[in-house]
Ligand binder design. Structure first.
Ligand code: ZN
Ligand code: ZN
Length: 138
């Protein structure tokens, strides 16, 4: 299976590269077309000034205004994963439903290594870390 890498971040609702122990994973999720009119890609709504509302809790279709709640839309998408297993060193690619679960209060996307069946967790980036990174940029 050869997964197609996105050409730009605009094609994705999610893209991350993460070191996991001695392994690593790259995960990306493509935006998909509106399930109602099948014409346009669903996207975050835009404000009156035309800027995208990143924090919006829903996705809208720019063609027919179909609105789907963020979680529901994202869970209908497919996560593409390229990984090196931290347990056995196997390098592989796979696709799983983009359904995150919460473990100990941390949201993660979990998948298993095709070779050794180890569970590999791609956790959501910590808020504190993100804020620290933004601070250092200033
Ligand atoms: Zn539509
Ligand atoms: Zn493995």
């Amino acid at each position: 299976m050869a997964l197609k890498f996105p050409e730009s971040a605009d094609e994705c609702v999610y893209f991350t590269r993460r070191a996991i122990g001695t392994g690593h994973a790259t995960v990306w999720v493509y935006r998909e077309k509106c399930p109602k009119c099948k014409k346009s890609l669903m996207g975050k709504p835009r404000g009156d000034d035309g800027s995208i509302k990143i924090r919006a809790k829903e996705y809208v279709c720019p063609d027919c205004n179909n609105t789907i709640e963020k979680k529901e839309y994202e869970e209908s998408l497919t996560a593409n994963i390229q990984y090196t297993c931290p347990s056995c060193g196997n390098t592989g690619e796979k696709q799983v439903p983009y359904k995150r679960k919460k473990v100990k209060g941390i949201e993660m996307l979990q998948f298993t290594c095709d070779k050794c069946n180890a569970k590999i967790d791609v956790t959501k980036k910590m808020k504190a870390k993100k804020e620290a990174a933004e601070q250092s940029k200033k």
